[in-house]
Design a protein around this ligand. Structure first.
Ligand code: NAP
Length: 297
């Protein structure tokens, strides 16, 4: 509540405008590659026919086409083995016309997803999740950065949320989001350079950290886990973690957080659109790097 008794309403930080700006840059770069005779190519692999995953792949292919990418696709049956998946990955690894490879997550139970990611050529790893790329991130070397963390850094920069020197608390240490985000925002760069604290299920009373943070990023996947009493009034709250109940998206940030936060991502259209945009930014960067390298040999 404000001093006049009306509920505070945080400034919203939608991801759509951030994604538009990123994708405009991607489109200009794919056009430049095409003018140089290179068709950037993002290959996708889907194991099974989970309806949400089929929808995501369709959306990514449509976006790819709009942005000027080729988008070859391999569809494997829901009973495909790890060896079948690795064979499909290897075929794209060996294809010089393919610059970026995406294995759609989640995969069926018989598939070891981390092992599949490790089978991707690190220089074609569009999700930035290959151990070599996570190592590049940890050591500050150039390479594809996991898309959701990269999207969150871009979102904070777009809305000119000060990050350098501020206290950022990331809740969740998962490999796709919390841990790489903690590495990214602690890098030496004006849009990062933060004092990052990473908390998780091994930290009882993690709210003693979030309650003093300038920026809290929820990266858990437990709906409503972050509540207003976990935030310092005026803090920036970023909702990365989500769970789906059917088609309904259930975010980590309880909606009442908007009454305490100074700025917050919306329930729908927050971090998600920036993740997709960063996928294509990674794809065009991989195409540029591989093209530059093949020109040198
Ligand atoms: N918006 C997007 O585009 C996007 C993209 C990617 C991922 N996501 C979402 O982001 C979330 C995280 O993804 P991920 O792959 O990193 O997940 P993950 O590997 O499952 O990591 C979840 C983390 O949350 C922690 N955690 C679980 N319950 C907790 C609790 N009660 N208190 C404190 N910490 C708790 C876990 O702790 P332990 O390590 O101790 O188990 C773990 O570190 C998921 O909801 C995912 O759907 C969103």
């Amino acid at each position: 509540m404000t001093s006049t008794g009306t509920p505070r309403t945080a400034r919203l930080l939608p991801g759509g405008p951030v994604a538009e700006a990123v994708l405009a840059d991607v489109a200009a770069r794919t056009a430049a590659l095409r003018r140089a005779g290179v068709v950037p190519s993002l290959a996708t692999i889907l194991v099974g026919d989970d309806s949400a995953s089929v929808g995501y792949i369709r959306m990514k292919q449509q976006r790819a086409t709009e942005l000027g990418f080729a988008s070859p696709h391999t569809q494997l049956s829901g009973t495909a083995s790890q060896a079948d998946l690795v064979r499909a990955i290897s075929a794209y690894n060996d294809d010089p016309g393919v610059h970026a490879i995406l294995v759609q997550h989640p995969t069926p139970a018989q598939i070891d997803y981390p092992a599949a990611i490790s089978a991707i050529d690190p220089d074609k790893d569009v999700d930035g999740l290959h151990p070599e790329n996570l190592g590049r991130l940890a050591t500050g070397q150039p390479g594809p950065v996991p898309c959701t963390p990269a999207g969150i850094e871009a979102l904070l920069a777009f809305y000119e949320v000060p990050v350098a020197g501020r206290d950022v608390v990331v809740l969740g240490r998962g490999t796709t989001l919390g841990r790489p985000l903690s590495l990214l925002l602690s890098q030496k760069r004006s849009t990062a350079d933060a004092a990052v604290t990473l908390v998780h299920s091994g930290v009882p009373g993690w709210d003693r950290h979030t309650r003093r943070a300038d920026i809290v990023v929820a990266a858990v996947g437990v709906p409503g886990i972050v509540r207003p009493e976990h935030l310092r009034p005026g803090a920036v709250a970023i909702g990365g973690g989500v769970r789906y109940a059917g088609r309904r998206l259930l975010p980590d940030l309880d909606e009442t957080c908007a009454e305490v936060a100074g700025a917050i991502t919306p329930r729908v259209g927050g971090v998600g659109p920036t993740t997709v945009a960063m996928l294509f930014r990674n794809a065009v960067e991989l195409a540029e790097r591989l093209t530059a390298r093949s020109a040198q040999v």
